[in-house]
Design a protein around this ligand. Structure first.
Ligand SMILES: Cc1cc2nc3c(=O)[nH]c(=O)nc-3n(C[C@H](O)[C@H](O)[C@H](O)COP(=O)(O)O)c2cc1C
Length: 192
């Protein structure tokens, strides 16, 4: 047997092994994808003056998720001065406003939760959100809009709200900038 012949047999054998490995890998990828067919995304948010709403709508388009605006009771005033008073009072008195939406949370694996930063923290209805809905085993990605406060001011509050609930709480992001939003979504595999 010539060296050339042995060499070509070895090469064909290696090619066969790699084809086999690749096709079985592909099979497991398909299986994994069908297992997570309930891997739907929910973009749920509250916005008083429209900034968080604009961000949520962009995020909905990019993730292909369902979009839900939270309905609160009592609703917040749109007048800025009145709003500041109501929001501050809720913090001081530990008031958790009601959320009226019925959301079929079992449809979703990932929940993007958007809110404006108020007084260096999430608004008090975010407490209600974590108590009202069953978020067990879900990934929750918070996003905020603010005048200047970074997302990180909200984190200690969110961590406390999620504690003991088996929620996969992500660090989240400030969504004022479309560019930074896209970067976060891409880096975290959230683009559709
Ligand atoms: C009651 C209240 C408190 C606020 N506190 C902060 C704050 O602590 N830091 C900040 O950067 N912006 C603060 N802002 C500004 C809002 O976070 C910002 O305008 C936000 O984008 C509004 O979102 P929206 O238009 O979706 O309601 C506050 C606004 C209000 C009404």
């Amino acid at each position: 047997m010539s060296k050339k012949f042995i060499y070509s047999i070895v090469l064909s054998f290696m090619a066969l092994i790699s084809i086999f490995t690749f096709s079985s890998m592909n099979g497991s990828t398909v299986k994994a994808a069908s297992k997570t067919s309930s891997n739907k995304v929910l973009v749920v948010y509250y916005s008083n003056s429209g900034t968080t709403e604009a961000a949520a709508k962009r995020i909905q388009k990019q993730t292909g998720g369902d979009l839900v605006k939270l309905k609160l009771s009592p609703n917040y005033p749109s007048d800025y001065n009145k709003l500041t008073k109501v929001a501050k009072r809720q913090i001081d008195k530990n008031i958790h406003p009601k959320i009226l939406n019925k959301i079929m949370m079992n449809k979703y694996k990932t929940v993007l939760l958007g809110f404006p930063t108020w007084y260096q923290r999430p608004p008090m209805f975010i407490n209600t959100f974590f108590n009202k809905y069953n978020l067990k085993n879900k990934t929750v990605v918070p996003f905020t809009t603010s005048m200047s406060s970074p997302m990180k001011v909200n984190r200690p509050y969110l961590k406390k709200m999620a504690r003991g609930k088996k929620i996969n709480l992500q660090s989240g992001f400030r969504a004022n900038s479309a560019k930074k939003t896209t970067k976060y979504l891409k880096n975290n595999n959230l683009m559709k």
